[in-house]
Every structure is written in structure tokens, then in C-alpha cells.
Ligand binder design. Structure first.
Ligand code: ADP
Length: 265
């Protein structure tokens, strides 16, 4: 689960990326985080993965108040979060097996167990048998599924994804969403930051829409395919105050090693 309680985030340059943001995501829910560029989506994901700290307010993840997490417990905390990126961030010179195994290598796990878990993860994303392929030998959709296998190989209770369908056509995007839905169906909480409003609407899932670092609107889950009703929330952001788009290198996060290998830090 995730809980933000009046969370504000001010970066060292003075930019307030989030302002008094509150929301709660119960375990097992799959939902979307939307909003224009610069609205604060990546900042929310970074606070969840503890790549950034809140300036004010409380961020709870998997039952843990992140402000109270001792530094030595951060690697273990990160093992509870799978991260999927738009550009999947695979190591091009390493086969699929190594890429998926990466989060397990630092943990104290036998090779036999790593082998078993990597194959199970590849099986879940429909890529069993491709262990020896190099990422560039795979299609774009397959590469993204390797990235998802890597995110779930440690069986985290929470998956966060930053524009995971950004490079995919509509068919591949909906396949990726189907995969996420399958994890959610077995209890994994899934939060997906995206620009793709058509995808969000067709999913019928809850949408948290950010505007200028605060919650503009949220929709309740609806039946598949129905047009969700928008509920304006108290304290909605004032219109017309959207901040400028972030610099191109501002995506989540630069240091893949920190996330895919929780022992790094
Ligand atoms: P989104 O993911 O919705 O595009 P971000 O969370 O990346 O939004 O950015 C929210 C705001 O915070 C933007 O104004 C952006 O420029 C700013 N911002 C993001 N990261 C940093 C940073 N590391 N330093 C300074 N400002 C940042």
C-alpha cells in the first residue's frame, strides 16, 4: 500500500514539485498517476522509491513510514518495490537472463534459486526460452517485458512504472497493461505514471490526476470501457498555474543500479 499525507516536496533549487499532496492506495489496487509534464508524477514515484525525501508530510510505503527508515534498512525496503521504466534500461551487452537476475544477485540467494526465479519471472511475461537472447535481438515490446520481469523477479508487493507504454503502440501498450493487471489480481499494488489518457480511460481504473504538484481530480474505478466520472477534490489546483516542463534528463531515476540492485547505496 501507499499513503501520502500532506506531502510537499521542494527541490534544492526552490521548485515546489508537490504541495500538500494526500492520497491512499490500498494493497492490490492498480491505478494511474496522470498529469502534464512537470505536474509532479516522477516526484511521487521518486518519493515512493526513496530516491528523494519529502520536505513535509509523511510518505508510507508497504506499511513503513519512509521518514523513519534507517539507512541500513533502505536496501531491504527497495526490494519491496519493483520499478518499470519507459526505456526499460536493460544492459544491452548482457543476455536476458542476466538482466532479469540483476536484483537478485546482491541478495544472498543460491544460483539454483536465482535460476528458478528468473525462469518463473520470464514465464510470467511470456518470454520463457529467451534467456540467452541479447536485448537488441528482441522486439520493443519484448524488451519492455524483460524490464517487467526484472521488476517482479524479487516478488515485490508494489510495482511502480514511469511511462511504461511510452514507446509502445496501442496493441503492445494494452498487452503490458494486461500484464500489470495480472499482478494486481494476485495482490500486487501497481501505480503507473502515464500521459496516455486513452489507455487510462479504457482500463476503467482509478486515476489520480496531478496539476502543479497537487491533486486536480481523481476518478473512481469503473466498469471496463466505461467513461469514468470525474470527481473534483477539495483544494484542487488553481487553473493555469502549471509549471514549465522538466528538463529532458529529469526522468526517474538516472542511477539504475540503485533500483535494480537494492544493495547498492
Ligand atoms: P512529471 O513527472 O509530472 O513530469 P516531475 O515530478 O518530474 O513531473 O517534476 C515536477 C516539478 O519539479 C517540475 O517543475 C520539475 O522541473 C521539478 N523538478 C523535478 N525534479 C527536479 C530536480 N531534481 N531538481 C529541481 N527541480 C526538479
Amino acid at each position: 500500500m501507499i499513503r501520502f499525507e500532506r506531502v510537499s516536496k521542494r527541490y534544492p533549487n526552490g521548485r515546489e514539485a508537490l504541495s500538500e499532496l494526500s492520497f491512499e492506495v490500498p494493497g492490490g489496487e492498480m491505478l494511474f498517476l496522470t498529469g502534464r509534464s512537470g505536474a509532479g508524477k516522477s516526484t511521487v514515484l521518486k518519493l515512493i522509491a526513496l530516491l528523494e525525501r519529502a520536505s513535509r508530510g509523511e510518505v508510507w510505503v508497504n506499511g513503513q513510514n519512509t521518514a523513519q527508515l534507517a539507512a541500513r534498512r533502505i536496501p531491504q525496503f527497495r526490494r519491496g518495490i519493483g520499478v518499470v521504466f519507459q526505456d526499460h534500461r536493460l544492459l544491452r551487452d548482457r543476455p536476458v537472463f542476466d538482466n532479469v537476475a540483476l536484483p537478485l544477485v546482491a541478495a544472498d540467494i543460491s544460483f539454483r534459486e536465482i535460476d528458478r526465479r528468473v525462469r518463473a519471472a520470464l514465464d510470467q511475461v511470456g518470454l520463457l526460452g529467451r534467456e540467452r537472447a541479447l536485448p537488441l535481438e528482441l522486439s520493443v515490446g519484448e524488451q519492455q517485458r524483460v524490464g517487467i520481469a526484472r521488476a517482479i523477479v524479487g516478488k515485490p508487493p508494489l510495482l511502480i512504472a514511469d511511462e511504461p507504454t511510452g514507446n509502445l503502440d496501442a496493441t503492445l501498450a494494452s498487452e503490458v497493461l494486461d500484464l500489470f493487471a495480472r499482478f494486481s489480481a494476485v495482490g500486487v499494488t501497481v501505480m503507473i505514471a502515464t500521459h496516455d489518457l486513452a489507455l487510462v480511460r479504457s482500463s476503467g481504473r482509478r486515476e489520480l490526476r496531478l496539476e502543479g504538484g497537487t491533486l486536480a481530480a481523481a476518478t473512481a474505478p469503473t466498469t471496463m470501457g466505461a467513461q469514468p466520472a470525474t470527481t473534483a477534490l477539495a483544494g484542487a489546483a488553481s487553473a493555469g498555474s502549471s509549471p514549465p516542463p522538466p528538463p529532458a534528463d529529469d526522468r526517474l531515476p538516472r542511477d539504475i543500479a540503485t533500483l535494480v540492485n537494492p544493495a547498492v547505496r
